[in-house]
Design a protein around this ligand. Structure first.
Ligand SMILES: [Zn+2]
Length: 317
């Protein structure tokens, strides 16, 4: 049997046929046309999925279930997309609409949870009972797996790990609170701090790396400056890793997962990030001497996480 995984984004819809091992057999993406109604968008998702099956000589009879991942708020119990920043409709019954075309079980989950599910079933958390994944991007996304099930909280809104507070009088977060973890440890936060320091220290290598244009700074700029020995870059990366360690230590002290997985562009720094992070987190987390500590690993699924995670919602539901 195979699984259909659909990653519904504001720009593109990516769909794939995924086998039992988490391998994508075929995939394709089409523009979302985000201003359209949900009926048209679901029709496109269904037709795309059916055409992919045909391409590999399969039919709907080979499909076990369908999963849809979406940014925003979802009612996973009823298969309703409540709200997404990038789409115009609200309270869209994606499950029942999809079942008009593909009469199988249809699962719906938010994209941060899908990224976590992909790691849990086929990635860095494969075979692990208790794990947490965070994604460092525009914000800090989070997902929690307990006993190989996704943890959603009683109302489905659990696992918002980016919005635990690490600085009670800190900078304002997009959620309205002060000092959330994601306001200090997202890629966006690193870019904000890099711009601030570049204006204070125009002699820093960062000025040269971005051609003097602060709008061209990305998270890699800061790490590049650090690797080249620029003191401002070194200090910024130290600060960032310290902030990351603070939030991760809170998460580990709460859940004590076997593995904590870090995804997103920044995680590509690998050991540059992981070695100092592991040291700081070990100092800040509980557990008697000699007892196993949570492992911190980098996400493995990369760009496939959206499709594979959606396809495998059924396995952790
Ligand atoms: Zn927040």
């Amino acid at each position: 049997m195979v699984y259909i995984g659909i990653d519904l984004g504001g720009t593109n819809i990516a769909a794939g046929i995924v086998n039992e091992e988490g391998k994508i057999l075929v995939k394709e993406s089409i523009p979302t046309g985000a201003t359209r109604g949900y009926e048209e968008i679901v029709a496109d998702m269904a037709h795309l999925s059916l055409s992919l099956l045909e391409k590999i000589g399969m039919t709907i009879d080979d499909v076990s279930s369908v999963g849809i991942g979406s940014p925003g708020s979802v009612d996973h119990k009823n298969g309703i997309l409540i709200y997404s920043n990038n789409l115009t409709f609200r309270f869209a019954p994606l499950r029942t609409e999809m079942q008009k075309y593909i009469n199988k079980n249809v699962y719906l989950e938010n994209d941060a949870n899908c990224a976590t599910i992909a790691e849990s079933i086929a990635g860095a958390g494969k075979g692990i009972s208790d794990m947490v994944a965070i994604t460092l991007g525009t914000g800090v996304g989070g997902g929690i797996i307990i006993n190989q099930r996704i943890y959603r909280g009683f109302n489905g809104a659990g696992g918002e790990l980016g919005h635990i507070v690490t600085h009670s009088k800190g900078v304002k977060c997009t959620c309205g609170r002060l000092g959330c973890f994601e306001a200090y440890a997202s890629a966006t936060a690193l870019i904000r701090r890099t711009r601030e320091e570049m204006s204070i220290h125009p002699e820093s290598m960062i000025t040269e790396l971005c051609g003097g244009n602060p709008d061209k700074i990305n998270a890699k700029t800061t790490f590049d400056a650090m690797h080249a020995g620029d003191p401002v870059g070194v200090a910024l990366v130290d600060e960032f890793i310290n902030e990351l360690a603070e939030g991760i230590s809170n998460i580990i002290n709460t859940f004590m997962p076997e593995v904590l997985i870090i995804g997103g562009g920044v995680s590509k720094e690998g050991d540059t990030l992981l070695a100092p992070l592991r040291k700081l987190v070990t100092e800040r987390t509980y557990g008697p001497e000699g007892v196993m500590k949570t492992r911190i690993e980098v996400a493995k699924m990369g760009n496939d996480a959206g499709i594979v995670g959606a396809a495998f919602i059924c396995k952790v539901d």
